[in-house]
Write a new protein. Structure first.
Length: 188
């Protein structure tokens, strides 16, 4: 049991690093674009967060860019360890656009990193996958970790295997697969 907890802790730490690539892109030259670039380039200082806030408060910004800016600012908050504010931003993005997959992905990863509400994590990451997240391997891997934390080992194996199939170059899911042992067969 202790080894499993350690592996889950390591896996969720690895997931936190992946959340930066779940930024939502913005077209054009604006504060929303600068916010996106901060999330993408893993910058998260107070000035970067302020740029995102400026984008969100800009009355001229499109609805799509406002949603993206909430997601991207959420990434910056989470990167700084402010999970509550990051999750609140993901919730605002979801309220504005219930189909934005990266909001679901990042919220699920934030909750998973905190080892909270793992049943909700599975639902959030499933929605991200169904809505076409740009990071499906990350979503499947995170969902696999959540399944394992919930004690659903077959589902965990399936999702981690799927993450490896989607992105064979990503070594974290491949390493985690080595912990599983497939037993049984057909018939008696």
């Amino acid at each position: 049991m202790r080894q499993s907890s350690l592996l889950i802790a390591l896996a969720t730490a690895g997931l936190a690093a992946g959340s930066a690539s779940a930024a939502v892109s913005v077209i054009g030259n604006s504060s929303a674009r600068a916010c996106y670039e901060s999330a993408l380039e893993e910058r998260s200082g107070p000035g970067d967060i302020r740029v995102c806030t400026d984008a969100i408060e800009d009355r001229m910004i499109t609805g799509r860019d406002r949603v993206a800016s909430y997601v991207n600012r959420g990434i910056l908050y989470v990167r700084n360890g402010n999970y509550a504010q990051g999750i609140a931003d993901y919730d605002r993005a979801i309220a504005l656009d219930g189909t934005e997959p990266e909001a679901y992905l990042n919220k699920g990863l934030a909750l998973l990193h905190q080892r909270r509400e793992t049943a909700d994590v599975v639902s959030l990451l499933t929605t991200a996958i169904e809505n076409g997240t740009r990071e499906p391997a990350l979503a499947y891997y995170g969902r696999g970790v959540a399944h394992e934390m919930n004690g659903d080992i077959p589902a965990a194996y399936y999702d981690i295997r799927r993450a490896t199939d989607i992105d064979p170059e990503w070594d974290l899911p491949a390493r985690d697969l080595s912990r599983f042992r497939v037993v049984g067969g057909q018939g008696g």
